[in-house]
Design a protein. Structure first.
Length: 136
């Protein structure tokens, strides 16, 4: 491949990668994937066409390393990560609340068992023991 064809291939590969439409690479915005997308060796970018490598890296920096076709997904990922963190906090709070309720139930159960085990005194009224009504 001559120098002009190589430069044209690299420039076309830059456009495809930044648009999120790779044809010969993974689509990652790296120099290695740019070389694969352009069909050239990596050293061609680092030694023969450093200006194109630099232009690619500048453009990659401008889009925060995310191709244009995936920018909307990047925002959704950020929103979903925030929602996930919120849900984890809420889950932890609910688990703590359940533990507190379990402790209270154990304490009340122990108190009820203690009361049931006490001998009935004539002047002390015992709490009623409710059972589930039978339904037929």
């Amino acid at each position: 491949m001559d120098r002009k064809a190589e430069r044209d291939a690299i420039q076309a590969a830059i456009a495809r990668l930044l648009a999120g439409t790779p044809t010969r690479s993974t689509g990652a915005l790296t120099v290695l994937q740019l070389a694969a997308e352009a069909g050239v060796k990596r050293w061609a970018l680092t030694h023969k066409h450093p200006d194109l490598r630099k232009a690619f890296e500048d453009q990659r920096q401008a889009v925060n390393g995310v191709p244009a076709a995936y920018q909307h997904l990047h925002g959704q990922i950020t929103d979903l990560q925030a929602a996930n963190q919120r849900l984890h906090r809420e889950k932890a709070e609910l688990a703590e609340r359940v533990d507190t309720y379990a402790q209270v139930i154990r304490g009340l159960t122990a108190s009820l068992e203690t009361l049931r085990a006490m001998p009935q005194l004539d002047n002390v009224r015992r709490p009623p023991i409710h059972s589930m009504p039978h339904t037929n």
